[in-house]
Design a protein around this ligand. Structure first.
Ligand code: SAM
Ligand code: SF4
Length: 322
């Protein structure tokens, strides 16, 4: 379905939990955030019902996210059920990777089409400071290597001043492995509200000191919000997501469903449509479809990350569903 500006909305990010086994500084406060009560989280059957209604409106790509999606029991079965819905073209997963290795066989068998693993630094001490739960970057790196051998794999790193020395080491992963390493500007949301970002352009300049032949590629590595680059000899590619400085809003194709069933047309604003009363009331499929259409038609022209006093979304990313 097209929104009021003619953008083709074909992608839905489904958050299946607000819980997480990490406390990344840019995402959540150290003592966590108030978590939704268990019965406030949508059940898997409810998520699948939303997916079916979305498919009937032309949405055919889904990303399973959170919080940390793999902390929710039944996630593999959910991926299988989602992928089996008629009309679904692609199901991918965004994860911090820590719980991934023992679930990888199951996820591959369930038909998962790709995985995005968040890893902001390869330095174990830095990783612990940033994620605040005693885990190491090596654990995540192991998951990246296992996935890269089985599935289309991307590594997502948020561009933070405190990890600026990791830009080239992380990008080296794209040289050594068939993965896309994507650097994402830190967005001023939730626990990230007051934090600074390194801009994607500054990151690109730095990367070109190591790979002077880094050149844009045309959709070879993906068609999402990233600008992709490749240098001779690289197995994978490098992506830059300038979510804040340039914005990709004119190409935005997505909606987000929070784990409690609130459908959001844009990260920046609190506006959206609460689907939970419909799912738990007597609404039929047509009413559910109408509610999704309403959210699509509410989609604003652009985010307002550069005018922070215009941001009306004050939940943290684990609650919104990053
Ligand atoms: N827990 C999973 C993970 O970390 O991949 C999935 C949920 S997490 C909220 C999704 C993505 O949002 C991660 O790649 C994370 O780095 C990113 N993220 C969280 N807060 C952010 C912020 N303030 N700016 C930019 N990206 C952010
Ligand atoms: Fe958890 Fe992901 Fe947020 Fe980190 S970014 S705290 S892993 S939800």
């Amino acid at each position: 379905m097209r929104d009021s500006l003619g953008r083709n909305i074909n992608y839905l990010r489904l958050s299946i939990t607000d819980r997480c086994n990490l406390r990344c500084r840019y995402c959540m406060p150290g003592d966590g955030v108030a978590l939704a009560a268990h019965d406030e989280l949508l059940r898997y059957e409810e998520l699948l019902r939303v997916a079916e209604a979305a498919i009937s409106l032309g949405i055919d790509r889904f990303k399973v996210t959170g919080g940390e999606p793999l902390v929710r029991r039944g996630c593999v079965d959910f991926v299988r059920s989602l992928k089996a819905l008629p009309g679904v073209r692609q199901v991918t997963l965004t994860t911090n990777g820590l719980l991934l290795p023992p679930l990888l066989d199951g996820l591959c068998a369930a038909g998962l089409d790709g995985v995005n693993i968040s890893l902001d630094t390869l330095d174990n001490a830095q990783y612990q400071r940033l994620t605040r739960r005693g885990h190491s970057a090596d654990e995540v790196l192991r998951a990246v290597r296992l996935c890269a051998a089985r599935l289309p794999t991307k590594v997502n790193a948020v561009l933070l001043p405190e990890t600026a020395d990791q830009l080239i080491p992380l990008a080296e992963l794209a040289a050594q492995l068939p993965v896309g390493v994507r650097f994402i500007e830190r967005m001023p949301l939730g626990a990230g509200e007051s934090g600074r970002t390194v801009t994607a352009d500054a990151a690109l300049d730095r990367l070109r000191t190591r790979w002077p032949s880094l050149a844009p590629t045309d959709g070879i590595c993906g068609n999402g919000p990233a600008r992709y680059f490749h240098a001779e000899g690289m197995q994978g590619c490098i992506g830059l997501i300038d979510a804040v400085s340039h914005g990709f809003c004119s190409r935005c194709n997505r909606l987000r469903l929070t784990s409690t069933g609130f459908l959001k047309p844009c990260l920046c604003y609190e506006q959206g449509v609460d689907l939970k009363p419909l799912l738990r009331g007597s609404a039929d499929d047509a009413a559910l479809r109408d509610a999704i259409c309403k959210a699509i038609l509410q989609k604003p022209a652009a985010h307002c990350f550069t005018q922070r006093d215009h941001i009306t979304e004050h939940h943290s990313m684990n609650q919104i569903g990053g």
